[in-house]
Structure formats: C-alpha cells, structure tokens
Design a protein around this ligand. Sequence first.
Ligand SMILES: O=C(O)CCC(=O)C(=O)O
Length: 326
Amino acid sequence: MSEYYTKLTNDFQAKEETTVNTIKRVDISTLTPETFFEQFQKVGTPVIITGLLKELDWNLDYLSEKLGTQEFLLRFYGHERYKQDKRQWTNTGSGVETQSMLFREYAEMLRNHQAHENDVYLAKCSIQNTILANTVCLTNLGQQLGLNKPVSDFNLWVGPGGHIECLHYDAVDGTLMQLHGSKKVVLFPPSQTNNLYPFPFYIHLRYGMKLRCWFSQVYPERPDFQSFPKLKQALQHKHEVILNQGEILYIPADWWHEVTALGDEMVCSVNRFWSVSPISRIVFSWTILRANLGTLCAYPHTLLNLAIALFSRERKQKIAKISQMF
Ligand SMILES: O=C(O)CCC(=O)C(=O)O
C-alpha cells in the first residue's frame, strides 16, 4: 500500500502537466443579490467572498465554551487512508467508521494531537440545536447573496491541520465559510467528471451509501497517469485557492473539490447547501444524473439498514447515523 503512495509522491511529472487557475475574490460591499446571481450563480462560477465574516474566530477555546457538553458524530478516517490506492477503498465520507463524543472530549484529542494521529474529523454536523445557530454573520449570508432556499442546516467542520476531505462534488450549491485557520481547496469544473474517474454509480448496489459515486478515484496532487491517463486533461482545468479565515467560498453544484486543512492546529469551517438556481443549470447534467442513479442504487441497503435500526436497542443513534449519510 505505501509503495503506491511513494510512487505517486515521486511523480514529479505531475507538476509539469498542471495548469493552475485561480478563483476571483470579491468583497461583499461590492455585491448585491442581483450581481451575485448574474456573475456567479446563474453561470455556476465559483467565487470567494470577503468581508462578511470579519469578526468571527471560532477557535478551540471558543467552541469548547459554546459546545463542550454537546454530542457530535466523529469520523475516524485513520492515518493510512490517503496512502492507499482509492480503488481498494470500501468506504468514504460519512460512510467511514464513526463514534459519538462530547465536543470537550474531541477538543482534548485535538489539543493532544490524537485527532491528528488517527485523522479524526468532526464533519458536516448540524449546529441547528446549538447556541451557535443564531450567529448573525452566518444567518445574514443567504439574504446578502440572494440565496433563499437552503437545503441543509449550517454544518460544522472541525478537524486537525493536515486533514484532507478528498475529491468529490455535491449535487447542490454550497457555501464554505472559513472561521478558524485556513484551507487549501482544489477545484475542477463539471466538464472534467469523466477525466477524474469517479467511482461508478452502480458501486452503491454493493456498498450502499458507504462508498459514493460522487467521489473520485484519483489523487489530484499525486497523479497516477499510468492507471488514470485522462487525468492529464483534467489537470489543465485545475483551480486552486487558499481559503483564509473570514472568507467564504461559493462552490456551485457539480464542481469537484478537495479540501485540505492547513497548518498543524485545529481548523474550523461552517458550510450550508442551497438549491440550485436557475434549475436549467443542472437539468441536463450527467454529473447530477449519475449521483441520483447512485442514490437510487443504494436504496435496498438503506432500507435494510433502517429496518435493522428500528429493531435494535440503539435505535435512535443508528437512525441518526443513517440520516447523516445523506
Ligand atoms: O471543509 C471540508 O473539509 C469539506 C467541505 C466540503 O466538502 C463542502 O463544503 O462541500
């Protein structure tokens, strides 16, 4: 396994094959809902919005004070995961091993670096029932950008520096708000879907929602051109950006993104998903269709797991875990 990692790390050729495009930064004071729609949302173009979250710093002490006694579902990715050939994975994203924990227990793991060693991530956890749900800068976001149809709560992402949320896309628009530390985000447009070798949609027949067809089998930073030759084409369309504290990245539906927490300390973001407007942007999208086909193929597994959960003693926890997988 680690041979695969070393081979890719030594593949210097990758650097020569890559064209890096950047993403525009726009200050919120120069945007109205109308200009945001015309320039970015209507055409599905990512953008970084600055100036809206200026006063926020959700550092570990602040989060421990506000959320210390609340329970969250943590993902245990394990430190070997990104050294493996992804074709051998049997789970990813919220399909990996999880465990419920009080925030203050997780904070301790971040302080003593156990979270770094085992790559433990608090990912996509709703803050709806917490004191942080009413944070004004966050709740103002939709109104300021004219995003008025949320399809999720605000979700918290807290983890160790070095953690990578590997290359995937979402079928809805997203806003990623950086609240402590910074992240590197690598993006590819939907036109590159086939060149990024997603897991096939029918993989869900075997793995349910544990493995997902909206995840890529390639490492964009450590390309294996022998196994994935079309990746060379995708790299011509690579966009890369450092998302700094206080900035918001608008990620249109269908856009591939890989997110790496920078530095060695805790990194915190919040995201929210929004329905796509205008819907014509995705009506004929193969990227969206294959994600829907994948979810359909996962139904037998999901229904079986729900039935098992209903008859189990830990019914509540099991149902919560299943619902977190969507
Ligand atoms: O911040 C992360 O680790 C991942 C966020 C993400 O994938 C998203 O906002 O869509």
